[in-house]
Design a protein around this ligand. Structure first.
Ligand SMILES: Cc1ncc(COP(=O)(O)O)c(C=O)c1O
Length: 420
């Protein structure tokens, strides 16, 4: 019986004591914690992998491997079966309508670039604009900036409220009939804000504006359902949801995928390659030119198994409690300033220590094997708005527990006593 079957009972019973300790048991399924013990508070950058994900990748290469979609031999058939099973698993995991709405990519960055250059660029009209928010990761900022400078469109950034949420009123003013596309993050990788995107998406749709959602920080931390969101595109990465690096997903409503053009060109994406012109396959295959990261998909299936077995909503309830515990501790500590105060937060918090550079904080904590992040978190426009060039960020996943928070707080006190 899996550890989750035992602990799901406690989660359902809402036993707070059990909940703050749960990560200690879940951690046993992640070999890195035994092999290289450390306090890991950097899951927003990338998550650790449970044994079954590592096993699935290894099993794929040791017993199932072959080229995908290319050959008639049994190795290829088996590898293709697993790859396409991955597509169906992702379809169900995010509530898509059919497997062909799922495109495997290298990660969130590639997914967004595919939409930017394969979908938005061919639809550009003079005088158009693209709307993003002021809290976007560079992956959801630079492609749109590039298009706007190259094709003379205006890039509109929806400002944030004082609490650090996307300003819904401003969004409804900035998204208009000339908006080519709106691309918004569901959970900010700097502020941890969970944005309520539904009203903004409804407004965009009332003007026939398609919406892309960057789910890099929400996937695996909360139920992400494309029907409930009603987004037109959704982008996420395997490595942040306990899965392998180098594999990710772009979901698109099929009607939009039919209109989208390939952005990368290569093998296995055409029905016919002629000297003058070529005929591309139907979605999703025309967007997967070249040899895909099939082993990554095998690992992604195992990550989805893990998340579904745990219950994503259980993980969310557990980590919400742990996060509010961490925030309470940080708030109680003198000279710690927390960024933003949103209604709903997920998985992470950014903070600064008075008069101590975030890099010093992270490197002193690193000396005692406590991993937190210091930097601009690939969101320089946001940090510029906030007037803070760098912050510290502590982020959690299901394998963290209150001992990790205690270690963080002890570490912060050590840093303070060293500098003051
Ligand atoms: C909100 C957000 N979007 C996009 C990305 C880019 O993800 P990847 O580097 O996996 O493509 C990240 C990575 O940190 C992120 O936090």
């Amino acid at each position: 019986m899996s550890v989750f079957n035992n602990y799901r009972i406690q989660l359902d019973a809402r036993k707070l004591d059990g909940m703050l300790k749960l990560g200690k048991h879940i951690r046993k399924e992640f070999p890195i914690f035994q092999n290289a013990p450390h306090v890991y508070l950097d899951s927003a950058a990338t998550s650790h992998k449970p044994q079954r994900v590592i096993d699935a990748v290894s099993r794929f290469y040791s017993t199932q491997y072959g080229s995908i979609h290319r050959a008639l031999h049994t190795r290829s058939a088996e590898a293709t079966r697993i790859y396409e099973m991955g597509r169906s698993r992702v379809e169900h995991f995010i509530g898509a309508n059919k497997p062909s709405e799922i495109i495997f990519t290298g990660g969130t960055t590639e997914s967004i670039n595919q939409v930017a250059f394969g979908f938005a660029v061919p639809r550009i009209k003079e005088g158009g604009n693209i709307v993003i928010s002021a809290m976007e990761h560079h992956a959801n900022f630079l492609p749109w900036q590039r298009i706007c400078t190259q094709y003379g469109l205006s890039l509109r950034r929806i400002p944030l409220t004082d609490a650090g949420e996307i300003d819904e009123v401003a969004a409804s003013e900035l998204i208009d009939e000339n908006t080519l596309i709106t691309a918004l993050v569901q959970v900010s990788n700097v502020l941890g804000t969970v944005n309520d995107l539904n009203p903004i998406i409804a407004h965009a749709h009332s003007l026939q504006v398609p919406v892309l959602v960057d789910a890099a920080q929400s996937i695996g931390h909360m139920d992400v359902n494309v029907q409930a969101l009603d987004c037109d595109f959704l982008a996420f990465s395997g490595h942040k949801m306990l899965g392998p690096t180098g594999v990710g997903v772009l979901y698109g409503k099929y009607t939009y995928l039919e209109q989208m053009e390939p952005w990368r060109f290569g093998g296995e994406m055409v029905l016919h390659a002629g000297l003058e012109r070529s005929k591309f396959k139907e979605p999703p295959h025309r967007f997967e030119g070249g040899s895909p990261h099939s082993a990554g998909v095998a690992g992604l299936i195992a990550a989805i198994d893990f998340l579904e077995e745990a219950g994503v909503s259980n993980i969310q309830r557990y980590s919400d409690q742990l996060l509010s515990h961490m925030i309470d501790q940080l708030q109680a500590e003198e000279d710690v300033q927390i960024l933003a105060d949103p209604k709903q937060r997920s998985g992470l918090v950014s903070f600064v220590l008075k008069d101590i550079h975030p890099h010093d904080v992270a490197s002193i904590l690193g000396e005692t094997n406590i991993a937190i992040r210091a930097g601009h978190h690939c969101a320089q426009p946001l940090l510029r708005d906030l007037g803070i060039p760098v912050t510290n960020r502590a982020s959690i996943h299901c394998y963290n527990d209150e001992d990790d928070i205690e270690a963080l707080m002890d570490g912060i006190r050590r840093v303070k006593s060293y500098f003051h």
